[in-house]
Design a protein around this ligand. Structure first.
Ligand code: HEC
Length: 290
């Protein structure tokens, strides 16, 4: 096996391992960053939903309470306000959503579908869980959902969610007396689920990763070319010249020109040593001949 082949094989193995490691690490970093970006979007949405709910409970509900004797106004319900706001947002950004789903909802539209039910079960089985992050496929690409449990800790909520008798009559007129009652304090009743599409950040991450890989391969090729050029000019070329000169000497051709090795490295000093040895040999032969 020639020096060039050996050298290139070792180089290839080293660079491939290096590239594999760099590729793997950058893949993880880039995709983790994309996921972190989606999660921070989801946190922002959850905070917005909380803000809308809080505003409705503190500012709007007291103003509308006096109306309940005549008619019930869902505008005073925090969960209604938050979901209505996000439905408006969804008109512009169809894949983003915010839902408050409850196993026994006041409004049947808040009944969970299968994947939402799974999340509620997960939140119920582990009472210490404050947040569940899940991903699911959709026609528009993967969607990340960040879910937090709905737990009632304020007894005032039971004014409308304990028994139909306790709730305002106008609310029963509107929603009926079958659903949304018998809620218990400090139990996981459902989940507030924020969903954020991952398709765009993932596409960006894939683009970035392809860019990083392309650069890695380009650097790899440039390193291979530079080291091969160096190998040719610094080692293989001079060694071949010294070998050719040694061949001439071994055939008794003492008049062949001395090999020229430029530079001040180990190979050039080998060339010089060889030239000196050749001169000494020629001198010795000449003395023997005399
Ligand atoms: C004045 C009555 C009333 C009070 C007080 C009230 N709610 Fe409700 N709640 C409703 C009604 C009515 C709905 C259905 C709104 C709709 O149409 O989306 C609802 C809906 C909800 C929902 C969405 C799921 C569902 O049942 O449709 C959640 C969650 C919720 N309420 C939690 C609470 C919490 C927590 C409190 C206390 C901070 C509270 N509610 C206080 C009347 C009330």
């Amino acid at each position: 096996m020639g020096l060039r082949l050996k050298f290139n094989l070792v180089l290839l193995v080293g660079l491939l391992v290096g590239m594999g490691l760099a590729g793997f690490l950058s893949y993880r970093l880039i995709f983790e960053a994309a996921r972190a970006h989606v999660l921070s979007e989801a946190s922002l949405m959850a905070a917005q939903a909380d803000a809308i709910s809080g505003y409705t409970a503190e500012e709007i509900a007291p103003l509308l309470a006096s109306q309940f004797a005549r008619r019930f106004l869902p505008q005073s319900v925090p969960a209604w306000a938050a979901q209505t706001n996000f439905r408006a947002i969804q008109k512009q950004l169809p894949d983003y959503s915010f839902r408050t789903v409850v196993l026994n909802p006041t409004n049947p539209a808040d009944m969970p579908v299968d994947w939402q039910r799974d999340i509620i079960t997960a939140l119920q089985t582990n009472a210490a869980t404050t947040q569940v992050v899940t991903e699911r496929a959709s026609p528009a690409g993967p969607i990340l959902s960040m879910s937090r449990p709905i737990i009632i800790s304020d007894p005032a909520c039971l004014g409308c969610h304990s028994t139909p008798d306790a709730a305002p009559a106008s609310m029963i007129d509107l929603y009926g007396s079958k659903n949304g009652f018998n809620w218990k304090l400090n139990e996981v009743l459902g989940a507030r689920i924020v969903s954020v599409p991952m398709a765009v950040p993932l596409a960006h991450a894939r683009e970035t990763f392809t860019g990083v890989l392309t650069w890695l391969v380009a650097v790899f090729v440039v390193i291979m070319i530079l080291l091969n050029l160096m190998l040719q000019f610094v080692i293989i070329g001079p060694v071949r010249r010294i070998a050719a000169s040694a061949n001439e000497v071994s055939l008794g051709n003492m008049d062949a020109p001395e090999c020229v090795v430029r530079g001040r490295d180990e190979i050039s000093s080998l060339g010089e040593s060889f030239n000196r040895m050749r001169r000494s040999l020629a001198n010795a032969l000449r003395m023997l001949g005399e």
